[in-house]
Ligand binder design. Structure first.
Ligand SMILES: CC(C)(COP(=O)(O)OP(=O)(O)OC[C@H]1O[C@@H](n2cnc3c(N)ncnc32)[C@H](O)[C@@H]1OP(=O)(O)O)[C@@H](O)C(=O)NCCC(=O)NCCS
Length: 151
């Protein structure tokens, strides 16, 4: 596989990001949701991973004072299991470390074993189940890790 690069998401990337979103999520975000994150949310950072300039994945995370939240991370199905998601998440962790963030939290669907495995591999612990968290009534697993590198 060609090597990938990571950079900040720009509005030009949106069509490709929406395609990935639709392929990856039960309840995908709309374009307006991402635009709001990009332009109107001072806490949000959005990064994309590209291969030969093509967007193959992205992450959206918030840093609010000493805590961070992963809101969305997705890799195009044709490029999954090639460590691109891990590279995006490591970039988030590095940024959090540089900004002296204390911990990173997230919610993931209880049925998303791939996602839970992914986060567990990166040191996130399952803290609690949030019942009926999603609009279809599905529970969320609330996960957290400290920000120490290699943690
Ligand atoms: C979760 C996701 C972002 C992982 O990205 P990725 O680039 O495919 O993951 P990586 O190649 O970096 O994998 C890292 C680890 O995650 C776990 N993992 C990834 N894909 C997996 C799968 N299909 N089954 C089980 N575990 C998996 C493994 O522990 C893997 O390590 P390994 O390959 O050494 O076994 C990607 O599968 C995805 O976009 N899924 C759909 C969207 C989603 O569920 N996002 C997370 C919730 S917001």
């Amino acid at each position: 596989m060609n090597s990938f690069e990571i950079r900040e998401l720009i509005e030009f990337d949106l069509d490709k990001v929406m395609e990935i979103e639709d392929l990856c999520f039960v309840a995908p975000w709309k374009k307006e949701d991402i635009l709001r994150e990009l332009h109107n949310n001072q806490f949000a950072t959005l990064l994309v991973a590209t291969i030969n300039s093509e967007v193959v994945g992205y992450v959206d995370y918030w840093i609010t004072f000493d805590s961070a939240t992963i809101c969305q991370i997705a890799i195009h199905p044709n490029y999954q299991r090639k460590a691109i998601g891990s590279a995006l998440l490591e970039e988030v962790i590095k940024d959090c470390y540089a900004k002296k963030v204390f911990n990173i939290t997230l919610e993931v669907r209880e049925s998303n074993l791939k996602g839970i495995n992914f986060y567990s591999k990166h040191g996130f612990n399952q803290l609690v189940v949030k019942p009926n968290y999603y609009s279809n009534g599905e529970n969320a697993i609330y996960m957290m890790r400290g920000v120490e590198l290699n943690g």
